[in-house]
Design a protein around this ligand. Structure first.
Ligand code: FMN
Length: 174
């Protein structure tokens, strides 16, 4: 099988998840192409059987360029097996899962594209990458009322085992 991973990332965690997914898929014996959604000239669907779309959530939505690419590629995507990985901090908390699902539903409504499979993936806190505004948003909006102390610094919530298991299941499904 040939898989194409298209990802967008702002602070780097979705890029890391996309590279991890590529390594895992290769270990399963498949061919993988990795493409940045911000460089559409690099994206080709020829011979591709499965597409994984990985994008982060910032201020309740996925990047506009990522959504635009999905919308523009709808015909190609609908002819293949597809998985969307939505990366957010809400997905790291049991009480945030409903909100994490809403981000995905809202993107599906805007783009008019519904993938075969969906994965809500917990992202990371990357304090070193934040400016003052980003720090305030993460502290007072995203993590508000959630059991995590931002002063602890960088923190990765991503459950790598869960990502591998979900990818294996997706690739096995017909
Ligand atoms: C300015 C800012 C806004 C964010 N907004 C949200 C949000 O609305 N909901 C959420 O669940 N996570 C939010 N996050 C958390 C990111 O989704 C998380 O850090 C993710 O790992 C980012 O992926 P990236 O490193 O690939 O950009 C936000 C993060 C930042 C810095």
């Amino acid at each position: 099988m040939k898989a194409l991973i298209i990802y967008a990332t702002v602070e780097g965690q979705t890029g890391k998840i996309a590279r991890f997914a590529a390594d895992h898929i290769r270990e399963l014996g498949h061919e993988v192409l990795l493409a940045d959604a911000d460089d559409p000239s690099e994206i080709a669907f020829d011979g591709v059987d499965a597409v994984i779309l990985a994008g982060p959530v910032h201020q309740r939505r996925h990047p506009k360029t990522f959504e635009a690419l999905i919308e523009a590629s709808k015909t190609d995507l609908e002819q293949r097996k597809t998985l969307v990985m939505s990366v957010s901090l809400s997905a790291a908390f049991p009480e945030g899962l409903g909100e994490a699902r809403d981000y995905l539903i809202e993107m599906e409504m805007r783009t008019g594209f519904k993938p075969d499979s969906e994965m809500l993936v917990a992202g990371a806190v990357r304090i070193s990458q934040y400016d003052y505004f980003a720090t305030q948003v993460v502290r007072h909006v995203v993590l508000r009322g959630r059991d995590h102390d931002l002063s602890a610094g960088e923190h990765e919530f991503t459950d790598w085992q869960a990502v591998s298991a979900a990818l294996s299941t997706f690739l096995e499904e017909q």
